[in-house]
Ligand binder design. Structure first.
Ligand SMILES: [Zn+2]
Ligand SMILES: [Zn+2]
Length: 263
């Protein structure tokens, strides 16, 4: 059973695609579950966070109305209503209120901002060493696990590598083993799903996924992080890699209840 738990529609500031078409594409790929998880970025509203590109906030009323329009006519696939929450501990209260108010199927908690900068963009790396940028990113991921709002999935650990200017931009386990273990142990203790994200290569990388498995981590979710309708991207290759590590199931969420489907 193919599933995709992380996708963006035109309601995300950086998304383009109609929900209708995303659902069609997912069905054409043979998927039985697709979650729309548009960006909800209370992090960008926090003082001192430097937003690098023009950014609009998610219009949840418009998003929910359009989601329901598509949901009503959709058959043969479960269409899930979700958000990707951009973590900033100062936004805890805002997310608590918002998540209580809307009937989400799934909430992904993702770190984008680290020390005032979005770790996707080159300005985050200016005048800092790889050791500093990656360690601070991972420390912020650890902090995000203590978010006071309900979330189901820990989003894209490794986000900072996407545009990192280093010859060797890999997050090596050996460089931050204590911190990485602390993150994975906490995810396991909290019983959250660790996302395998395919936006630009696989994150977490295979070395980190192996370590998560070694520590007892079994809950993972698949996320194409598609912004252009390319849902289920790299699904078959990724599934093979995950099975070789030992993973057998993906977690999906319906009305915040977890189900596990065979990879
Ligand atoms: Zn993200
Ligand atoms: Zn995303």
């Amino acid at each position: 059973m193919k599933v995709d738990s992380h996708t963006h529609s035109k309601f995300s500031a950086d998304g383009r695609e109609e929900i209708d078409l995303m659902v069609e594409n997912a069905k054409a790929e043979g998927a039985e579950y697709i979650a729309i998880t548009d960006h909800c970025d209370m992090d960008t509203l926090q003082e001192g966070n430097v937003v690098p590109v023009p950014w609009s906030q998610l219009d949840l009323d418009a998003y929910f109305a359009d989601f329901n329009r598509v949901k009503a006519k959709t058959e043969g696939i479960y269409l899930a209503f979700g958000i990707e929450a951009g973590f900033d501990k100062r936004a805890n209260k805002l997310y608590e209120e918002l998540i209580a108010k809307w009937p989400f199927d799934v909430v992904i908690n993702s770190v984008h901002f680290v020390d005032g900068y979005d770790a996707y963009f080159p300005y985050y790396f200016e005048n800092k060493t790889k050791e500093t940028t990656y360690t601070r990113y991972l420390e912020t991921v650890y902090d995000s696990l203590f978010a006071t709002y309900q979330f189901d999935i820990v989003g894209h650990i490794g986000y900072c590598v996407r545009n990192a200017p280093y010859k060797d931009n890999v997050i090596h386990y050996a460089d931050n083993s204590e911190l990485i273990d602390r993150i994975f142990k906490k995810i396991i203790e909290l019983d959250k799903a660790l996302e395998v994200n395919l936006h630009n290569g696989m994150v977490p990388n295979i070395e980190l996924l192996r370590r998560y498995f070694e520590l007892g981590g079994r809950k993972i979710s698949f996320g194409s992080d598609a912004h252009r309708g390319d849902v289920l991207k790299d699904y078959d290759e990724t599934s093979k890699v995950l099975k070789l590590i030992g993973f057998t199931h993906f977690s999906i969420f319906k009305k915040r209840i977890e189900e596990r489907v065979e990879i």
